[in-house]
Design a protein around this ligand. Structure first.
Ligand code: GLN
Length: 491
């Protein structure tokens, strides 16, 4: 029987690649079905900033041609993958959801595009995000709102909100996002999909627009743990073009998914179950931890005493680095340039005033302030010291456990507009995801339940540096034992 559009867009990335390789379905059929679903649904969701139908069909055709000739194809043959619009791809627009980059066509491919295409993935489009990845709801995009596929009146999370919404809605099998303080895990959690932020340095940053360079990390969003493992496998590994890229060989993450959680010690930090968090979130996460124990994990109570400082430290370090990274948008080299400036200073000032949105301006001002001569030690210097204390908390904790289990987000998806005028409330949405970036650790979010109102809830699993395998083992075992990942949003 020929599969329908609906069947094809439900398949996991692993299943799609397998069927294409066995020639049960052609890559062109997969991409046709994907494009049809995007046309039918993306008008409601607003996940895509651009769609490359022609390029995607040409790629798919080339996969089919090679298969017909009996040639080998890559591990992601014919799999439709979306990119957050922060990734650079030659000849394609990269906007970072900012007016300052609108119309900018990248002159080269980043490492991620290169590696995905070498594995015969088909890149279908660029996905919406908070401007320059600053935000937790995707409402800071200069161009459009993205809606949560489970409730169109709610936000999809951010900053990789377009990626999470597209994967949840079946508009691509997987997507890439970036995570500086939670931007892969939090939207994954709020949209009911899997999101993995690897160890700092595990994936190259070459070809990703920089936000806060000591925190930024690239990773996959997918509908199953094994799909996240497959995509990470493809993009991870040393890259001489990123000085912070780690030289360690890439383990077989898909094999790790079959190892099971039995025998692993799962740490439960008391600082992550705080007053004020949503009751349904707490109940689901506690039930998920009990399930891990039932599956054979040993639960250990642990402490992460400097957790309370994480949000403050993050917003000092991330804004400091952002103010420096964003200095390059000067109207001379990239994107937007103001009309008829009187002199160079006015060129800079007007270009930046016109090009950046309010949240980006707020971050640049904060960052410039904390780096200014009189305040540098008091703010930035002290933030670096507390960052070390947070890292040591984890070192101590990981002497006693293999993975740490926490909620990903303190609440399910909130309503569009609910927090946009209150930056502090928005910043608090990242309270459980930020420490992982400050310490450079790997972290994954996966579905662990739904609220009464039908909104997804996420479980976060953290590991020690290069501890991705234990995370995949625990996550895949939990996924196998539960049904959450099999639900589809009512679109
Ligand atoms: N929400 C956080 C912020 O606004 C994290 C963003 C991210 O991880 N890119 O900075």
């Amino acid at each position: 029987m020929t599969p329908t559009t609906d069947d094809i867009t439900r398949w996991s990335a692993c299943e799609t690649a397998e069927r294409v390789r066995r020639r049960e379905v052609s890559a062109v059929e997969v991409i046709d079905a994907t494009l049809a679903r995007i046309r039918a649904i993306d008008g409601k969701l607003g996940a895509h900033l651009s769609i490359d139908a022609e390029g995607a069909l040409a790629r798919a055709q080339s996969v089919d041609t090679r298969l017909a000739r009996g040639e080998e194809v890559g591990a992601l043959a014919g799999v439709p993958i979306g990119l957050k619009d922060i990734f650079i791809a030659r000849g394609r627009e990269t906007t970072c959801a900012s007016k300052i980059l609108r119309g900018w066509i990248a002159p080269y491919d980043g490492t991620h595009v290169e590696r995905l295409e070498r594995a015969d993935a088909v890149l279908t489009g660029k996905l919406n995000m908070d401007e320059f990845a600053m935000g937790s709801s995707t409402e800071n995009s200069a161009f459009q709102l993205t809606r949560n596929p489970w409730d169109l009146g709610r936000i999809p999370g951010g900053s990789s909100g377009g990626s999470a919404a597209a994967v949840a809605a079946g508009l691509c099998a997987a997507a890439l996002g970036t995570d500086t303080g939670g931007s892969i895990r939090q939207p994954a959690s709020l949209c009911g999909v899997v999101g993995m932020k690897p160890t700092y340095g595990r994936v190259s940053r070459y070809g990703v627009v920089a936000f806060a360079s000591s925190l930024d990390q690239v990773g996959p969003l997918a509908r199953t743990v094994e799909d996240a493992a497959l995509v990470l496998q493809t993009i991870a590994g040393h890259d001489p073009r990123d000085a912070t890229s780690l030289p360690h060989p890439v383990p077989d993450y898909r094999a790790a998914c079959r190892r099971g959680v039995r025998g692993l010690r799962v740490g439960v930090p008391r600082e992550y179950f705080v007053a004020g968090m949503d009751g349904e979130v707490e109940a689901s996460v506690r039930a998920a931890i009990a399930e891990l124990s039932r599956l054979g994990a040993e639960l250990v109570d642990i402490e992460l005493p400097h957790t309370a400082y994480a949000v403050a430290v993050y917003y000092l370090i991330a804004t400091a680095e952002a103010s420096s990274n964003l200095a390059r948008y000067d109207g001379v080299r990239y994107g937007h340039r103001t009309a008829e400036p009187r002199d160079l200073l006015e060129l800079y000032e007007r270009t930046r005033a016109e090009g950046f949105g309010p949240e980006v301006k707020r971050r640049i001002m904060l960052g410039t302030y904390v780096l200014s001569a009189g305040y540098y030690e008091a703010y930035y210097g002290r933030a670096l010291k507390v960052r070390t204390l947070i890292r040591r908390d984890f070192e101590k904790a990981f002497a006693r456990c293999d993975v740490i289990a926490t909620p990903t987000s303190p609440t399910p998806a909130f309503k569009l507009g609910e927090k946009i005028d209150d930056p502090l409330q928005m910043y608090l949405a990242d309270i459980f995801t930020i420490s992982c970036n400050l310490a450079g650790l790997p972290g994954l979010s996966l579905p662990c339940g739904f609220t009464q109102g039908g909104l997804p809830i996420g479980l976060q699993l953290l590991g020690p540096p290069l501890g991705e395998e234990a995370i995949f083992a625990a996550a895949a075992d939990y996924e196998q034992a539960t049904e959450w990942h099999a639900r589809r949003p009512p679109l």
